[in-house]
Write a protein that binds this ligand. Structure first.
Ligand SMILES: Nc1ncnc2c1ncn2[C@@H]1O[C@H](COP(=O)(O)OP(=O)(O)O)[C@@H](O)[C@H]1O
Ligand SMILES: [Mg+2]
Length: 316
């Protein structure tokens, strides 16, 4: 079977006051239908940059992305996304947040059919009791569950997950990993997930793409994960290959720390293309993901009108 997703000679250079900053270069990857791929790498190497290009939130400066035979040129409902923070719209209940995604892709259904579908996805992530709750009444883990339900409810061609569990405590994180495996196991959507956790990658992925450290980060090595599915945490950790693979991942990451001294802790502060910028401009730099989270939700929900209203209300 051909690849569902092809990243070819992908590159991203930002223009900064200190000159062009090459963040990602010559990034090549093909992902098959139904494959679960994890991208792992040091913080700041460019993982979110690659994922944001796949999401269609930023354009590459070189190369391109083909999804199901079509070039990615912007965000779309063919991709479900989950970020570190759940990016739920705070003035809407859990159900309404999931419904937003459904309204866009299931326009042919009537209101009660859509509602049943939304409740069905919330039930699948164990949230049938809280469909009417607002995000601020939910725990961080519950909010990420709603985020997963929203992404799966789109029934997208591709799921893009950017460190979705990294802000959760260890127990909740393990629960959510199981939940994700279960949901994914049902119809095996193609997944590209960023993580910096080697155990998470080994538990979830069919292949692990190890990214070199930037500047000009790229695909370093690719590891096939041989554990049979369905997987269970305990049997995976007991597999005779587990520690060898885990050591190989850690060794790769360790090498990156020392081979790229300009971007890591080995040698002074991390690479910052904003170096040289005035102090006040640094302070105003928007967080990379937060704005984009809302942008992507808006794109697939047509929510700009609500947001404008919310901002007006918030301002008064
Ligand atoms: N808009 C931008 N302009 C300039 N540099 C940026 C911009 N967005 C991200 N970067 C830089 O790109 C690098 C990679 O960022 P990112 O993709 O978020 O890394 P990761 O997700 O691996 O932690 C970082 O050094 C970051 O400061
Ligand atoms: Mg990131």
């Amino acid at each position: 079977m051909g690849a569902l997703l092809e990243l070819t000679q992908l590159g991203k250079t930002y223009q900064t006051p200190a000159g062009p900053a090459v963040i990602v270069r010559d990034f090549n990857l093909r992902v098959g239908h139904g494959e679960f791929v994890c991208i792992i790498g040091h913080s700041g190497c460019g993982k979110s940059t690659v994922l944001s290009i796949l999401m269609g939130l930023i354009d590459p400066t070189e190369g391109g992305v083909i999804l199901a035979g079509k070039e990615v040129t912007g965000p779309g409902t063919d991709r479900g996304v989950v970020f570190q923070s759940s990016a739920l719209l705070p003035w809407m209940t859990a159900r309404e947040n999931v419904l937003l995604a459904l309204e866009e892709v299931n326009a042919h259904l009537n209101a009660s059919e859509r509602r049943n579908l939304a409740d069905g996805y919330l039930k699948q992530v164990g949230l049938d009791e809280i469909t009417e709750s607002y995000p601020d009444a939910l725990s961080a883990g519950m909010r990420q569950r709603v985020g997963l339900a929203r992404a799966f409810a789109l029934e997208p061609k591709l799921l893009l997950l950017d460190e979705p569990f990294s802000l959760l405590d260890a127990m909740t994180r393990m629960e959510l990993q199981e939940e994700l495996m279960r949901l994914w196991g049902k119809d095996r959507k193609t997944v590209v997930m960023v993580t910096h956790d080697v155990d998470e990658a080994l538990l979830l992925a069919d292949r692990i793409v190890m990214m070199t450290s930037g500047p000009a980060a790229t695909v370093g090595e690719i590891m096939k994960v041989p554990f049979p599915r369905p997987r269970h945490r305990a049997t995976v950790a007991d597999h005779p290959e587990y520690y060898r693979l885990r050591d190989a991942l850690l060794a790769f990451l360790e090498r990156q720390t020392c081979e790229a001294p300009s971007v890591n802790e080995c040698d002074g502060p991390p690479f910052d293309p904003y170096l040289g910028e005035p102090e006040e401009a640094k302070v105003e730099r928007p967080p990379l993901v937060a704005e984009e989270e809302l942008a992507v939700v808006e794109r697939y929900t047509g929510l700009n009108r609500f947001r404008a209203r919310f901002r007006r209300e918030g301002a008064s």
